[in-house]
Design a protein around this ligand. Structure first.
Ligand SMILES: CC(C)(COP(=O)(O)OP(=O)(O)OC[C@H]1O[C@@H](n2cnc3c(N)ncnc32)[C@H](O)[C@@H]1OP(=O)(O)O)[C@@H](O)C(=O)NCCC(=O)NCCS
Length: 144
């Protein structure tokens, strides 16, 4: 048995940095992590005895544009329904905040599309939206 609980509330910058490493994402420094965690519209996390075991975030303007980011479960807890628990909490927030006509997006890592389809997300292009795009930036600085 475990005591994993779902909490709505921020994660710390240190936790964010650690989990990004876990996901294989590029390193970020503390000021970037602080700004990112404090600017999220929504953070829902899973904790056991205070220890962070997963989280999901939504960023955007809170009414018309929403981007679901960083849905991540610690490897020790995967395939136990916790990703779905986080996503259902995210959907509840979106239903309560987005106005009709709002744009809600996620950019899944390759292969993760079907995970998001389970929660109602549609693949692009779909007749209205074209194929999704992103802007890669050159490495503007190193960690020092
Ligand atoms: C993707 C992730 C969040 C799923 O979390 P999880 O707790 O393992 O998922 P759940 O146990 O809640 O699974 C919910 C449903 O999604 C399905 N699912 C889980 N991982 C999936 C995947 N990688 N691809 C497609 N479907 C997946 C499950 O089969 C389950 O379906 P069911 O309801 O029919 O049984 C987790 O694997 C993870 O943290 N991955 C690494 C980080 C990452 O890549 N995040 C996404 C960035 S875009």
């Amino acid at each position: 048995m475990n005591n994993v609980i779902l909490i709505e509330g921020p994660i710390t910058a240190t936790e964010f940095i650690e989990f990004r490493k876990l996901m294989g994402g590029p390193d970020i420094d503390m000021p970037a992590a602080l700004k990112s965690v404090s600017n999220a519209l929504l953070t829902v996390c899973l904790r056991e005895d205070g220890r962070l075991l997963g989280f999901a975030r939504v960023v955007g303007d809170g009414v018309l544009y929403f981007y679901v980011s960083d849905v991540v479960i610690h490897p020790s807890l995967r395939s136990g329904g916790y990703g779905a628990l986080l996503m259902n909490s995210v959907l509840g927030y979106l239903k309560g905040s987005a106005v009709p006509g709002a744009t809600i997006v996620v950019v899944p890592l390759a292969g993760l599309e079907s995970f998001y389809e389970r929660f109602g997300f549609k693949r692009c292009p779909d007749g209205h939206f074209g194929i999704g795009m992103h802007l890669p930036l050159p490495d503007s600085h190193d960690s020092g």
